[in-house]
Design a protein around this ligand. Structure first.
Ligand code: ZN
Length: 202
């Protein structure tokens, strides 16, 4: 009996570590793909001063008078990469048994947009809308002349729907633990990627 439960704990630990490790790797890869999305649109429209950095893609498009809608598309491209992957992940997660990669990918890919939109909505409800720096959804809405609040509500709604769909498909009884592992892994993956990227590009 003692050996069996020690074994179960060992398997549990291995399972948790594997989940955490996958979340770290997924977040790092996702951040790269997200920035690549921004870069691809900037490159397609030949933005002046386009530079790929680990966690941002800079350009001199505004000063050079590049049309607003092209800058809006560049801002939208990063989140669109994330949401495309969330859709793929949720479609894959419909099959039983639910694939671990699909759950991790869908959860990790929807965190950023959900947090951004949630923070924006709370801030504007309190009467202090945050600045547009690094805010893809806001810049995309402004550039593409879309109403900001509905865009944020839609983004937050998509994130909540994805999380609801994926979390209810996690093994019951350990959902909270799995969600905590996923969030911790996503943050770790982002930080490690940003540090490594900054080192490589310096
Ligand atoms: Zn972005």
């Amino acid at each position: 009996m003692v050996d069996e439960s020690a074994d179960a704990v060992g398997q549990d630990l291995r399972g948790s570590l594997a989940w955490f490790g996958l979340a770290v790797a997924t977040a790092a890869l996702l951040t790269f793909l997200h920035e690549l999305g921004h870069y691809a649109v900037g490159a397609a429209f030949d933005f002046p001063g386009l530079t790929f950095e680990a966690t941002s893609v800079r350009d001199a498009a505004e000063a050079a008078g590049v049309p607003e809608w092209q800058r809006g598309l560049k801002s939208a491209a990063g989140p669109l990469v994330n949401w495309s992957l969330v859709v793929i992940a949720c479609l894959a997660a419909r099959r039983q048994p639910v694939a671990r990669w699909a759950q991790i990918l869908g959860l990790v890919a929807s965190i950023r947009g959900g947090l951004m939109a949630g923070a924006y909505l709370i801030a504007s409800a309190l009467g202090s809308a945050p600045s547009g720096d690094g805010h893809d959804e806001l810049n995309a809405a402004v550039g593409l002349h879309l109403p900001v609040i509905p865009v944020m509500v839609l983004t937050l709604g998509l994130a909540i729907a994805a999380w609801w769909f994926l979390v209810t498909r996690l093994a019951s009884g350990r959902r909270l633990w799995t969600v905590a592992l996923t969030v911790a892994g996503a943050i770790t993956g982002f930080v490690v990627y940003a540090r490594a990227g900054a080192l490589m590009m310096s």
